[in-house]
Structures are given as C-alpha cells and as structure tokens.
Write a protein that binds this ligand. Structure first.
Ligand code: TXA
Ligand code: MG
Length: 328
C-alpha cells in the first residue's frame, strides 16, 4: 500500500516491520536498525547477500554520535555542511549496532536524510533505520514510490510516498583509511569537488564500495534487460542501422529516432536535472521493445561523475573502470 501517513509508517516500524521511505537520493527499504529480525527481513526482501552491509539513517547529529565513535575532524566538517543531505560517513561503530547491519565490519555507514518525510519519521522513532535502496538486489534504485511498488509492492506492508526524489542518485560514501586520509567509496549526491573544497584532496576508491569485505566477489553489474551501449550516439546510430534503438542522451534529440524511444535527460544541459531523471529514464527505456539503448556520458564534473559511474555499470559488457560491480 502507498500512502503519506508517517504515523502509520512509524507504527509499522515500531512493530518490527519494513516500510519503504522516501529520501532525497533514492527510496530506501527501512527497518529498525537495532532489531536483528527487522534487519534480517531487509536482506530477505531485497534478496541481498548478508555480506553486503546496510546504511543506518539517523535524524540529527545526536543520532550520529549515538552510533559511532572517534569522529575525525574532517567528518565533522563534512557533516556540518552536507548533513542532512546526500552524504554517508563510514565511521567506527558502537556495539549497539548489530553486526548483521555492518556485515561484521567494525565500521558503520551513517546518513542523515534531508527529505522532510524521512526526517520527520526519524524524529518520531526511538531507533535509527537501516535502509538500503528499495530495489531487488542487482536492479536499479527507485526514485518514486511507484518504482518501489512495481518491484516490492507485494512484499512490504507500506510505501511512504514523498514524491519523486530530488537528487535521484544514491548518497556519496566517505570513509577514512588507516593513515587518516579521506576516501570516497561511492560517487553520489554530493560532488567529489564539493567534498574536496572542504577537506582537501580525497582518494576515490570505488571498487570497495559495494563489497567492502570481499572486494571483487561481486563481478556482475546492474544489467538492463535491453543492452546499453555507451559512446557517441551519432556514431552508434550509424553502426546500428538495422536495429531497433532507444536513446538516452544528456541534452540532444535525434530526429531520425522515434521521439517516444528517446530521453534527453536535460534539454537545457543541467547536470543536476539529468541526475534527477537518470534512473527513471533507464527504467522507462528498459521497458521498450528495442535491441539496444544508446547512451552517452555526461560532462565528467559535479554530479556528472556519479551519473557516468552508473551509466558505465549499466553498459553492456560491464567493462568499466572499477571492474563491473553489481548494484545493490
Ligand atoms: O542514498 C543512499 O545511500 C540510499 C538511501 C536509501 O539512503 N541507500 C543506499 O543503500 O544506496 P545501499 O544499501 O543500496 O548502498 C549502500 C552502500 C553499499 O555499497 C554498501 O556496501 C555500503 O553502502 N556500505 C554500507 N555499510 C557499509 C559499511 N559498514 N562498510 C562499508 N560499506 C558499507
Ligand atoms: Mg543500492
């Protein structure tokens, strides 16, 4: 059932049940992070392997401090600017966070969503919410309540509808290595440039983001039903003349292709608008009766870097820079 009642959502969560919640990044599949049964249900509903840990969502700074230890000065600086917001910090966990949540890691991923409904819901609850993106493991993240309903609707009692997600890409994950250097483990809703402007140069180490405990085990990637080819769209059109084609472009339309089979993510060339529309566009194009989706990269700047990361994962062959990780 889809609705907008945060009290109903809170009641279900207090009873140990799962609720899909809106955030500014993507919809999450939420359960009480301190209740192992609820956490186990999240893994089961998502069909996600339990070695892939979950992000814990808190209402405010007090919440953050309650579940982690040893917050580096740079983490505080980032939290001060980007929380609430599309940032996740990887910090040493307190014992109260079940090992199941972190897949046995001593680090917990903490995030403070900015979406007003998620924020209000967290304030109503005496516990934090573990929430992965509300998609079946290996599929694309949902950015509307209907996306969640389409795939998980019969598996959870309630989907809290907060409208389409404003950012549309998952949070940026930042942690610190043994030497105290900041590392970006997933490019997302906070641009790497914005992080570097605040705390100086960071390392981007994507291969360990979705499988920190056993890097390289998850070799497959989010594969659309329709194969996606990434490159110069005009060239790709010429080399696939006899195929049924759909197009995912940044801003351009191609007059020789059926307009219903192409999406320009932002006709005015706005990277943030393109990011917001990306996952919905991929879902739509993937439902069409075509042989290929032809797609192009965005400028490699601001959220374009995170968009390009998702496009490379989705592209046929999966031969992208960090080795073809699977969406989770
Ligand atoms: O924007 C987001 O982050 C969304 C919304 C719902 O908050 N959540 C999300 O969760 O994208 P999920 O589970 O789809 O992706 C979380 C990523 C995974 O790659 C996971 O491996 C990593 O965070 N992660 C979570 N906890 C971790 C930990 N303790 N150590 C290392 N990586 C962790
Ligand atoms: Mg995910």
């Amino acid at each position: 059932m889809i609705g907008t009642d945060i009290y109903k959502a809170a009641e279900l969560l207090r009873a140990g049940q799962l609720v899909a919640i809106p955030t500014e990044t993507v919809y999450g599949l939420a359960g009480n992070a301190l209740n192992e049964e609820a956490v186990a249900a999240i893994f089961a509903v998502k069909q996600r392997p339990t070695f892939d840990p979950l992000i814990v969502h808190v209402a405010d700074m007090e919440g953050l401090e309650a579940y982690c230890r040893d917050i580096p000065a740079d983490a505080r600086r980032l939290a001060g600017v980007f929380m609430p917001g599309p940032l996740t910090l990887l910090l040493p966990k307190k014992d109260i966070i079940p090992d199941l949540v972190t897949a046995g890691s001593p680090l917990v991923a903490l995030r403070m969503p900015a979406h007003p409904l998620a924020h209000a819901l967290l304030f109503l609850l005496p516990f934090p919410l573990a929430a992965p993106s509300a998609n079946p493991f290996g599929y694309i993240s949902p950015t509307t309540a209907q996306h969640v309903a389409d795939q998980l609707g019969d598996k959870i009692p309630y989907i809290l509808d907060g409208g389409p997600c404003e950012v549309g890409l998952e949070s940026t994950i930042v942690g610190w290595d043994e030497t105290g250097h900041a590392v970006v483990y997933r490019k997302g809703g906070v641009a790497v440039e914005a992080i570097e402007a605040l705390i100086g140069q960071v390392e981007v180490r994507l291969h360990s983001s979705s499988n920190p405990l056993a890097p390289g085990m998850l070799k497959s990637h989010y594969a659309p039903r329709v194969p996606m080819l990434l490159g110069d769209i005009r060239t790709l059109l010429q080399t696939h003349l006899n195929k049924r084609l759909a197009i995912l472009s940044f801003s351009q339309f191609f007059p020789d292709v059926n307009p219903d089979f192409q999406i320009a993510l932002s006709p005015k060339g706005d990277i943030r608008e393109a990011a917001r529309r990306l996952f919905g566009a991929m879902r739509y194009l993937d439902s069409l009766p075509v042989d290929y989706i032809l797609a192009e990269l965005l400028p490699e700047e601001d959220l374009g870097r995170a968009v390009n990361d998702r496009l490379r994962r989705a592209a046929a062959g999966g031969e992208w820079e960090s080795g073809g990780e699977r969406e989770n």
